[in-house]
Ligand binder design. Structure first.
Ligand SMILES: Cc1cc2nc3c(=O)[nH]c(=O)nc-3n(C[C@H](O)[C@H](O)[C@H](O)COP(=O)(O)OP(=O)(O)OC[C@H]3O[C@@H](n4cnc5c(N)ncnc54)[C@H](O)[C@@H]3O)c2cc1C
Length: 382
């Protein structure tokens, strides 16, 4: 490390931490990224990313690798009680589907190639406002910038006394990655475009939903939603007879899902009183976990990671804290509004009415965090 080089310590090698680490390293910082697990890997099955995070991946130099095993489905189709209510082609909107392992591996490779030191099996227990990090083995480290990207149970956040408001919704989801089985699905329903994302809602009687998301030519991401109060609907491994009875057109892929243990996640939204304390900043689920309705939790994590790296690099070395406060002031409103909208959709289940991806709902998806003129453009538009 040169005398001038600034140093960052980051807790958590999820999508938020990896993005921030790569973005800082590419701006000349020395970066050490700590991951509590012994292995660097993604939890979960598939994921949808929108323009905001795809722009970040492009600027990190990771988009080419990502696209090698991702897809852009022809449409987002919504079916309620087995009737098609909308097929949104989303012309002009940038979005892609992929598996989480693929996105994670792409970001790990990008971070490594950018010079980030990745340390697995390293648990952060807390941080102080002046930039000291403490570890479970009793050691400490000093940094010009500390980032808590350690997820919804963030130790960095909890060690600094941020106020956390947590709201739980009535529904939750179990996610699976299974083979596509396109020919078998086409045999059951020849007229269906099985490359679409298809949001199957059963709203009359028992509320259940399957979000069918092709992730690439071979892998399918299916997310099974049920209210937490429905013990049979939310049980894992899934109750195959129940799900096949409700969604017979998906029988072959549900059969594969039933062989996987799975984990039921209740939806939750966390909001903090502030995202920064001295030279410590929080990003991702540590700062702003949200309901998955708009598929933007990781998207917001990545856009905030990018803009944080940019703001910290621009900051006067004697006033990193002030730069972080300003970063939160200008960037946070986009995430706050996205959290509110996502929670509204989750609570009202109004995505079952279809035609949802229009107008304000796409604000965050279409936000370009890499455009240096983005805030001037917002002002002009107002
Ligand atoms: C059902 C569901 C579907 C979703 N679908 C989408 C979607 O389609 N699109 C989208 O953009 N978002 C989606 N999201 C949201 C998205 O998954 C999260 O917002 C995103 O993964 C958060 O990333 P993160 O890096 O902040 O946190 P995490 O992914 O939780 O990563 C935190 C990392 O920190 C590590 N860690 C924790 N504590 C410590 C510690 N003390 N020391 C060191 N390391 C630690 C953890 O092991 C982990 O690796 C969905 C979420 C859910 C629940």
């Amino acid at each position: 490390m040169s005398a001038q080089q600034r140093h960052a310590e980051i807790s958590g090698a999820g999508f938020a931490g990896l993005t921030a680490a790569a973005a800082l390293a590419q701006r000349g910082w020395s970066v050490r990224l700590h991951e509590r697990s012994d292995e660097l890997r993604a939890e979960g099955a598939g994921i949808v990313l929108w323009g905001n995070s795809l722009k970040v991946l492009q600027r990190l130099g990771a988009l080419h690798d990502l696209k090698a095993r991702a897809m852009r489905p022809p449409a987002y189709e919504t079916r309620t009680d087995n009737a098609i209510v909308s097929q949104e082609r989303l012309e002009g909107v940038d979005w892609m589907t992929m598996t989480r392992p693929h996105l994670h591996e792409t970001l790990v490779r990008t971070a490594r190639e950018s010079g980030v030191e990745l340390v697995a099996g390293s648990e952060v227990t807390g941080a102080t406002a002046d930039g000291t990090v403490t570890f479970a083995d009793g050691s400490t480290a000093e940094a010009d910038l500390v980032i808590g990207a350690d997820g919804v149970g963030s130790a960095v956040r909890d060690s600094l006394g941020f106020q956390v408001d947590r709201q739980r919704s009535r529904d939750g989801i179990t996610r699976f990655l299974v083979p596509r089985r396109k020919a078998e699905l086409a045999a059951l329903e020849p007229d269906t475009e099985w490359d679409n994302v298809i949001d199957f809602w059963n709203m009359s009687g028992r509320v259940l939903r399957v979000l069918y998301t092709p992730a690439n030519d071979d892998e399918l991401y299916i997310a099974l939603m049920s209210p937490a109060a429905d013990a049979q609907g939310s049980q894992v491994p899934i109750d195959l007879a129940l799900w096949q009875q409700e969604f017979p057109q998906l029988a072959p892929v549900l059969e594969d899902a039933a062989t996987i243990a799975g984990r039921y996640y209740g939806y939750q939204t966390t909001r903090l009183d502030r995202w920064t304390e001295g030279s410590v900043a929080l990003i991702g689920d540590a700062a702003h976990a949200m309901c998955p309705a708009l598929a933007q939790g990781a998207g917001c994590a990545m856009m905030n990671a990018w803009t944080l790296a940019e703001a910290a690099t621009r900051a006067d070395a004697t006033d990193v804290a002030g730069a972080l406060v300003e970063w939160e002031r200008v960037e946070r409103p986009f995430t706050d509004r996205c959290q509110d909208r996502s929670q509204h959709y989750a609570d009202s289940r109004s995505m079952s009415q279809g035609g949802q991806f229009a107008g304000d709902i796409l604000e965050t998806a279409q936000y370009d965090p890499t455009d240096a003129r983005r805030h001037d453009l917002q002002e002009v538009a107002r």
